[in-house]
Design a protein around this ligand. Structure first.
Ligand SMILES: Cc1ncc(COP(=O)(O)O)c(C=O)c1O
Length: 372
């Protein structure tokens, strides 16, 4: 049987009764927007993350853009982040007229290299935006300390880390706000787009709630600021509210699979990803590195094993974002990782046999032996 990279059908079947009954109820009631499923999803997420406010929006991209606007980011403000991310991180900064100041990353955890942050701070710097990539938090304690020392905000790009935490403190508590994505393929994915803003700041929350409906504030059809149309569809909230009942279990299984890869690759020529001490990783991706990455990808593909490259070209080498760096060579680690990284299947529905097949293929590519 083919090995799926993500198994959306299996996810559906894990919670089919819940999804089917809630969608039927939505159609019967006609409550399509900002109804009880939005509310219950927001409550579940806020409780689990231990944050004061969870505000459902239309996408992870909107969560970042609205969150930053609610934190008063203005044209010309600088935000320190990295080029090794999905475009939305940097795109939303630019859409607000702010300036992404990118720095290099750590090679084995793929997150911001904290030793590079202070040199990038200028009088215009307003925030540090770590990307919690592939399922684990960046070095949040150290980043928070740097931000506090310089009077900066921290914005968490938490698109890939729902339910991840550091020393028991979940994402959403390490900065002014966090933006989560519920895009289809995320650990918790909608049947389309969806996102969530997490914050402990009452004023930021108030503005986010208003901004997601055109800046409509205290009264209907009275506008406090220029906003967006970014409600989460009730159908998406219902799908997410159903799937979230399984998320802890699914993340545990992802950890089991990652542990099998970690032990198989411990002494391998293929470089396994690392986990920062104190992090609970939710393994959105399991990303390995090898200098002959393209050959490895082809080799796996020939054996029916899917893989994916996140991200093949770092953002500073794309035309719209080139102005924010100095071309090739700006971020040597980022550029090398982009050439060498490969994400292999780590979805919770893989069997141990499928995982062993993947391990065997990886090892045989580099001439090493494995149990299968
Ligand atoms: C790191 C990161 N930031 C932001 C986003 C944007 O989320 P969405 O696709 O829900 O708009 C994503 C989604 O893939 C992401 O991976």
């Amino acid at each position: 049987m083919a090995i799926p990279f993500v198994d959306l059908k299996a996810q559906y079947h894990d919670v089919k009764d819940l999804i089917d009954s809630s969608i039927q109820e939505i159609f019967e009631s006609g409550g399509y927007v900002l109804g009880k499923y939005n509310k219950s999803l927001e409550e579940t997420v806020a409780n689990k993350h231990g944050v004061e406010h969870a505000i459902a929006v239309n996408s992870g991209t909107d969560a970042l853009r609205i969150g930053m606007q609610a934190c008063d980011i203005q044209p010309g403000d600088e935000i320190i982040t990295t080029a090794f991310t999905f475009v939305a991180t940097v795109e939303t900064i630019v859409q607000l007229g702010a300036v992404p100041v990118m720095v290099d990353i750590n090679p084995d955890t793929f997150d911001i290299d904290i030793s590079k942050i202070e040199a990038a701070i200028t009088p215009r710097t307003k925030a540090i935006m770590p990307i919690h990539l592939f399922g684990q938090l960046a070095q949040v304690k150290e980043i928070k300390a740097i931000a506090e020392k310089h009077g900066l905000m921290v914005f968490e790009d938490s698109a890939q880390v729902i339910y991840a935490h550091h020393d028991g403190v979940y994402t959403g508590n390490w900065g002014k706000f966090a933006g989560i994505s519920y895009y289809v393929t995320k650990n918790l994915g909608a049947a389309g787009d969806g996102g969530m803003i997490l914050t402990n700041d009452d004023e930021v929350a108030r503005r986010c709630i208003s901004l997601r409906i055109h800046g409509m504030g205290r009264e209907r059809y009275y506008y406090d600021e220029v906003g967006y149309t970014s409600r989460m569809a009730e159908i998406q909230a219902a799908v997410l509210a159903a799937k979230i009942t399984k998320l802890d279990e699914w993340n545990v299984r992802r950890n089991e699979i990652a542990a099998q890869y970690n032990s198989a690759l411990a002494d391998s020529e293929i470089i396994a990803p690392a986990t920062h001490d104190g992090n609970y990783h939710v393994w959105h991706q399991y990303t390995i590195r090898h200098p002959r990455r393209d050959d490895l990808m082809k080799y796996l593909g020939e054996q029916g094993i899917p893989s994916a490259i996140f991200y093949p070209v770092p953002l500073h080498l794309h035309e719209p974002y080139a102005q924010f760096a100095n071309g090739e060579g700006s971020f040597p680690v980022t550029e090398q990782v982009s050439r060498e990284c490969l994400s292999i299947p780590v979805n919770q529905h893989l069997s141990d046999e499928q995982v062993a097949t993947i391990i065997h293929a990886l090892k045989s590519f580099v001439g090493e032996t494995s149990a299968v």
